[in-house]
Write a protein that binds this ligand. Structure first.
Ligand code: NDP
Length: 511
């Protein structure tokens, strides 16, 4: 490990709780620390020697550099993964369990520095990083480390003739590509089942949020993960990411990101007959019936609208409210949204931090202009926030709530992925269902009603991979996770992920 890099890691692991990483304080000495790729067990720069700027969303300043990896780095990573595969795939599930558990333990021990790094890198509120991102990252690894111990395969008997048994074998070298909104959370959600099933991995986090994947590579070395089993490359999606997908030796690709990027991946991978899991965008409906538990529905809707600045694929961005409670619900939602504090992500009293990038904030604000042109009324305006002089160039945006728009307009059809929701009244269950399904997406839907028959009926008919009734983001890692329509192909989670990362081979034995 290079000296500069080691010093940085020491510093970041020693951060006290509740300390904002001030650019004016001593850590500024490390302001342009270099993140490294993790290839064949080593922390290395890109072969080109080129670096990309990594911005701190809270301040709008560059605070570290990441390797600008290309196809040559991918080639080195795939070669390392290939070489590591025979030993890793045959070492046995208990050994894989042991090492993965150790990695999870180390993340858990370092929850606070990981949370601070995640918050700084992505702009998300520190409380979200502490209570959602990092706990879930370690839980992902622990879950799949354990799940592999219980993973069975089928057997089919042909009475008096033969018995079939199915082997679930690792695929080989697989690619895992994840987005910036829940960086370590989604990164580990992919690599953990891939590794647990005995594959070797070439993975790329988003170039916008590379830091915790880098810290994870440190931990993998410390935990004794054999060289080459996991390789983490940093860099641009169309360059490093595309090279992972194009490489003939990555036999399966697990991708989470935007629908348009998913299309590019599918175009590249399909002619090569790669296994493909795509978790894509959403435009999720949140349906509030008049018989809901009002307090729970409204408080959860504040979360499902604005948690992580609305940058969660599962956020409910279209809120449909039964007409008899429309005004009451709307007014309470607006009142609570206006009370949310947007500001320094490191300050635990803030509810919303900064959006991930200047470009992304401009995109979200562009939709506010579109909403106005479409005739929408902004009940909460979605304004640029400047918390202080030091943070004046950060990418802050307060929540926006819009009403008065028809379902077919762009604001109600396109994924915005920011702190923006629209409200629409409805009169009947059939109308709510039609409005909810009237989109190209189908990731998650939320229903609020005390009528169990209606909830069951609606859940059956909603075109969505996930339906929450009287709750949101309540996750059991054993359940299938994914979307329908343009929200994706395939399912992650539990046994679905273990199946995706293995090839089924049937053996028929005649007796
Ligand atoms: P992108 O699709 O832009 O990027 C996702 C990842 O793919 C990043 O690592 C990116 O790298 C990489 N990438 C970009 N282009 C290519 C390419 N041609 N080949 C291979 N990899 C590529 O998504 P965002 O990062 O902007 O994430 C937000 C999107 O993710 C939203 O649409 C959201 O709905 C979706 N999402 C879906 C979830 C789900 O479970 N369904 C969960 C969370 C988010 P780089 O960042 O360097 O460009």
């Amino acid at each position: 490990m290079p000296t500069k890099h080691g010093a940085f890691v020491f510093w970041i692991f020693c951060l006290p709780q509740y300390t904002r990483i001030s650019r004016l304080s001593p850590p500024n000495l490390f302001a342009l620390e270099k993140i490294h790729n993790y290839i064949n067990g080593q922390l290395v720069a890109a072969q080109s020697g080129d670096w990309l700027d990594n911005y701190e969303p809270a301040t709008g300043q560059v605070y570290s550099l990441i390797p600008d990896s290309d196809a040559s780095d991918v080639q080195a990573a795939v070669a390392a993964a290939e070489a590591a595969f025979p030993a890793w795939s045959s070492c046995g599930v208990h050994e894989r369990y042991r090492i993965l558990h150790r990695i999870a333990d180390l993340i858990e021990e370092r929850l606070e520095p990981f949370a601070q790094a995640e918050s700084r890198d992505s702009g998300k509120a520190i409380t979200t990083a502490r209570t959602v991102d990092i706990p879930r990252a370690q839980a992902n690894i622990r879950f799949f480390a354990t799940a592999i111990l219980h993973f069975g395969a089928e057997s089919h008997q042909m009475e008096g003739q033969a018995v079939n048994y199915t082997l679930r074998q690792p695929i080989g070298v697989v690619g895992c590509i994840s987005p910036w909104n829940l960086p370590l959370y989604l990164f580990t959600w992919k690599i953990a089942p891939a590794l647990a099933t005995g594959n070797c991995v070439v993975a790329k986090p988003s170039e916008l949020t590379p830091m915790t994947a880098y810290l994870l590579s440190q931990i993998c070395i410390e935990a004794g993960l054999p060289a080459g089993v996991l390789n983490i490359l940093h860099g641009l999606g169309p360059k490093a990411g595309q090279a992972i997908v194009e490489h003939p030796k990555t036999k399966a690709i697990s991708f989470t990101g935007g629908t348009s990027t998913g299309r590019i991946l599918a175009r590249t991978a399909a002619p090569m007959f790669k296994k493909l899991s795509l978790e894509l965008g959403g435009k999720n409906p949140n349906i509030i019936f008049a018989d809901c538990n009002f307090e729970e529905a409204v408080s959860t809707t504040v979360r499902s609208s604005f948690a992580n600045n609305g940058q969660i694929c599962l956020c409910g961005s279209r809120v449909y409210i039964e007409r008899s409670i429309y005004e009451k619900f709307r007014d309470e939602l607006v009142r609570r949204a206006k009370a949310l504090k947007t500001g320094d992500p490191a300050d635990p009293t803030n509810d919303l931090g900064a959006l991930v990038s200047e470009q992304h904030r401009a995109k979200v604000m562009g939709y506010l202009d579109i909403a106005k042109q479409e005739g929408g009324i902004l009940l909460c305006r979605g304004e640029i926030v400047r918390p202080s002089d030091e943070l004046a160039n950060g990418y802050y945006l307060s929540p926006a709530i819009i009403e008065g728009l028809p379902n077919h307009c762009r604001t109600n059809q396109e994924e915005i992925f920011g702190p923006v929701v629209t409200l629409q009244p409805f009169d009947t269950e059939a109308e709510a269902l039609a409005l909810a399904n009237d989109t190209e997406y189908g990731l998650a839907a939320t229903l609020w009603t005390q009528d169990i028959s209606r909830a069951t009926r609606m859940a059956e008919r909603l075109q969505s991979g996930i339906v929450w009734v009287n709750c949101w983001m309540l996750r059991d890692l054993r359940t299938p996770f994914g979307g329908v329509k343009s929200s994706g192909v395939g399912r992650e989670g539990g046994v679905e992920a273990l199946r995706f990362f293995t090839e089924a081979k049937n053996v028929c034995v005649k007796y």
